[in-house]
Design a binder for this molecule. Structure first.
Ligand code: PFF
Length: 450
């Protein structure tokens, strides 16, 4: 019965990752703009090393248990981010809660492609040198966003993502990550060496790695927690969807550790690139969201071979963004394939078009023609970020913890943990993670709407 049910609910049923392909793809998903664009600026704003330490603690205590839970639900249910819940519980109501993550994925993809597009534009501008002709980088950022180019780059990102996803799991997503992730590692190392050898960069390393606990506040803890969660790509159905393509033989516990570790190392190296660079050139590390696009170009302008390293840096960002974008697009694609009984290619193309219809207005709302349209005081871009990342993602995380901790009795069998690990996992999922998710949710809704 369960078998039949699974097949009915799941059109993607026969596709599988290879073991290495799965781990690389999951790392590709988690390593994204979150690590390179957001992590450094929030670390700068919320106190440097002490904040980084909190991030690590939350990654382990809250991120890893939920990551394992998502993968377990996916492999157990072998469906999409909504249907897997239904297969496992036999209840339609759970599919509705799962659907909230599919919605989160859709909304996040709509605006994530905008930022991914910026990185491609900045890479081209840096290599050609035109980025450095006019030294007012804030004005450049504003002017670029006021024009039509962000939309063009967004369309490029969308076409690429649709193309990869349409080719399927092993022929598309897995292949793409197998090429790009090793490339990413090479770029990271080159940039880290460049940054660490800059005169005056040492103070940046110190800011990033020697903690000053007096700087920690309750607020910084909540931001660190929210980021640990976002950084592992949780609460948006990605790991549930990917889990459905994982072989029975794969240890999900080991996979979760590998992904968590990969994400952490990446964040560490990102910090070791950005902080020495910003300190060496006197850029305040608390510059906020504009750190990467507005403050750092000044550093690339001033350093030897800066055009080249600047170009590499933005390519790095673009690669990280693209491997995340394909993972998030796969969530609604798996859902639509199954709901509409459409082919993979048709679902990917249809969603790509729909996402552009929703996402192009977001691209035009930063400083472009729609920037004066501010319903409730927020631009369309900010609304999508808020709804996706701050409302639906914590709810998605909560649904996963409650489902695995309380509703689904056989999670332990599917996860294949030893009894002690299982007890620890359940304790964290039942009593620690849900409280944390609720705290993040209340905090982010409060600060964003307050
Ligand atoms: N872990 C990703 C990141 O840090 O950027 C989160 C993510 C965001 C994944 C958007 C996918 C995505 F499209």
């Amino acid at each position: 019965m369960k078998q039949q049910n699974t097949l009915e609910l799941n059109k993607t049923g026969n596709e599988r990752f290879s073991s290495a392909g799965f781990i690389l793809s999951a790392i590709g998903s988690s390593v994204g703009l979150g690590n390179m664009w957001k992590f450094p600026y929030i670390t700068g704003l919320y106190g440097g090393a002490a904040f980084f330490l909190l991030f690590i603690i939350f990654l382990v205590l809250c991120g890893l248990p939920i990551l394992l839970a998502e993968l377990t639900i996916g492999r157990g249910g072998r469906g999409n981010a909504a249907s897997s819940f239904e297969v496992l519980s036999g209840k339609k109501s759970w599919a509705f809660f799962g659907f909230l993550s599919v919605l989160a994925a859709f909304i996040i993809m709509a605006f994530y492609t905008v930022v991914a597009g910026w990185t491609l534009h900045y890479a081209v501008q840096s290599f050609t040198g035109s980025l450095f002709e006019n030294k007012d980088y804030a004005a450049q950022f504003t002017d670029f966003n006021a024009g039509f180019l962000p939309v063009v780059w967004q369309v490029v990102v969308m076409i690429l993502s649709v193309w990869v996803v349409a080719r399927g799991i092993s022929g598309g997503i897995e292949k793409f990550n197998k090429v790009l992730i090793p490339g990413l590692v090479v770029l990271l190392i080159m940039l880290m060496i460049r940054a660490l050898t800059l005169p005056g960069g040492g103070a940046g390393v110190e800011f990033f790695l020697s903690p000053d606990f007096s700087k920690l506040t309750f607020e910084s803890a909540l931001v660190a927690l929210g980021h640990a969660f976002f950084s592992l790509s949780l609460g948006m159905g990605i790991m549930i969807t990917y889990g459905a393509y994982v072989n029975r033989e794969q240890s999900l516990g080991t996979a979760s550790m590998a992904v968590g570790f990969g994400d952490l190392i990446y964040a560490l190296i990102a910090g070791l690139i950005i902080f020495p660079t910003s300190f060496a050139f006197g850029i305040p590390s608390s510059s906020g969201p504009g750190l990467v696009f507005i403050a750092l170009p000044a550093a690339f302008e001033a350093m030897p071979f800066g055009h080249f390293f600047g170009g590499l840096f933005f390519i790095l960002l673009a690669v990280a963004a693209l491997t995340s974008a394909v993972s998030i697009l796969e969530v609604p694609v798996a859902y639509v394939m199954n709901k509409m009984k459409w082919s993979r290619a048709k679902s990917a193309i249809a969603l790509g078009i729909l996402l552009l219809i929703v996402g192009i207005p977001a691209a035009m709302s930063v400083t472009g023609p729609l920037s004066t349209f501010l319903p409730g005081g927020k631009s369309l871009f900010d609304w999508m970020d808020f709804l996706g990342s701050y409302v639906l993602v914590p709810i998605g995380g909560l649904v996963v913890t409650l489902f695995t901790g309380f509703a689904w009795k056989r999670a332990g069998e599917e996860a294949g943990l030893t009894s002690n690990w299982y007890k620890l996992w359940m304790f964290l999922l039942r009593w620690v993670a849900p409280i944390m998710m609720v705290a993040v949710f209340i905090y982010s809704v409060y600060t964003n709407l307050g």
